[in-house]
Design a protein around this ligand. Structure first.
Ligand SMILES: *Cc1c(COP(=O)(O)O)cnc(C)c1O
Length: 366
């Protein structure tokens, strides 16, 4: 409230005032990222990334099918074609072996998504990109404050995108950011973000009037959004710590059900540090997931499934018709169930969730 009041009383609440700058600086410093530009959403940051890579008709971009719509939508809006890859059964992240098999003469970029805040195999993805001269855009929407081999996610590919949607760990209603990891792109990114004008250079005193010089759109968040977000960003480590302890408690309490073969629990690779964006369990089959979800929902526990695979969606099929099936994506998307995870959840609430899951499995095996 203090920051919001301050922003309002400063009168100028458009973008790139003190709070927009504070957010960008905090993210740059804390994540060790060269340049952050705040945006109105992660979707907007993805669109900017696609524009910066000059993607368009005739180009192909490899994306996972198991992701939020925006990953593929930002590509498709440019006229480029999203090509859907399967996922790794352990992390539910893009499977690099499948990615390698999809690279062809029209491939221009790879767009990994760090599901649940856990990093993709960026070593292999970057190697593939280098071999074939491809760009790497990380959709790190869920991965603010996560690392892969001690490097911040979003800061590893050529470009990275973050979300501050209310459903994410750090939120301001609607918000996002673009991470630029190659200094050569900074000036053009500022132009694209500001309606294709070189207004930034004008404000910086580098030119004496500004004009229309490139493609772009309005990819600027307001100061009000950033004032709200700044307070969240300042609590970044505290929020990650709390989410970690919630996930570890689920993990510990649900371990016996994993040992008895009822569930599979998330496993974080040794070279990844998660921000604990999601906690999910994987059931033996789709019917068990459906029955467990119904049982929990009947007890007023908000356990939910996640993505409908994009390659099976109406738009996915229209834009990228394929006969190829993605077996891991298709089976796991029907077996995955997310458990309640939010900063304020209490141990007693978690105990109730676990208790109901135990009840479900003891009844179903009785
Ligand atoms: C949330 C999310 C987005 C979209 O973020 P917005 O800020 O709502 O545009 C994109 N990709 C992934 C993987 C997400 O989880």
């Amino acid at each position: 409230m203090e920051y919001l009041t301050d922003a309002v009383s400063s009168v100028r609440i458009g973008s790139d005032g003190p709070y927009t700058q504070k957010c960008a600086q905090l993210l740059q410093e804390r994540l060790g990222i060269q340049r952050i530009l705040m945006t109105p959403s992660c979707t907007a940051a993805l669109e900017m990334a696609v524009m910066l890579c000059d993607l368009g008709p005739g180009d192909e971009v490899i994306v996972p099918s198991y992701t939020f719509v925006s990953t593929a939508l930002a590509v498709a809006r440019s006229g480029a074609r999203p090509i859907f890859a399967d996922i790794d059964p352990q992390t539910l992240n893009m499977d690099p072996t499948d990615v390698a098999s999809l690279i062809g003469p029209s491939t221009r970029a790879i767009l990994p998504v760090h599901y649940a805040g856990v990093g993709c195999d960026m070593t292999t993805i970057n190697e593939l990109a280098q071999q074939h001269g491809l760009k790497v855009i990380e959709d790190a929407a869920q991965a603010v404050n996560s690392t892969y081999q001690e490097q911040a996610l979003g800061g590893i590919g050529h470009l990275g995108t973050f979300s501050f949607h209310e459903s994410k760990n750090l939120g301001c209603g609607e918000g996002g950011a673009l991470a630029i990891n190659d200094a050569e792109w900074i000036d053009r990114a500022e132009i694209i973000r500001d309606k294709g004008t070189n207004r930034r250079q004008f404000f910086d005193g580098k030119i004496d009037k500004y004009t229309w010089v490139d493609w772009g759109s309005s990819f600027l968040p307001s100061e009000l959004t950033c004032a709200f977000l700044y307070a969240q960003l300042q609590q970044m480590d505290e929020i990650t710590r709390r989410r970690k302890s919630i996930c570890e408690y689920y993990q510990q309490r649900l371990a016996p059900l994993e040992q008895s073969g009822h569930l599979r629990l998330p496993e974080i690779p040794a070279d990844c540090q998660s921000n604990y964006h999601l906690f999910h369990v994987i059931t033996r089959d789709a019917a068990t997931r459906a029955a467990l979800m119904k049982h929990l929902n009947d007890q007023e526990i908000h356990a939910v499934f996640h993505y409908v695979p994009l390659h099976t969606s109406p738009m996915g099929q229209q834009l990228s018709p394929q006969t190829r099936s993605l077996p891991v994506t298709e089976s796991l998307s029907a077996q995955l169930l997310r458990l309640p995870l939010f900063y304020e959840i209490t141990d007693a609430q978690q105990d109730r969730v676990v208790g109901e899951i135990e009840k479900f499995f003891s009844a179903s095996t009785a």
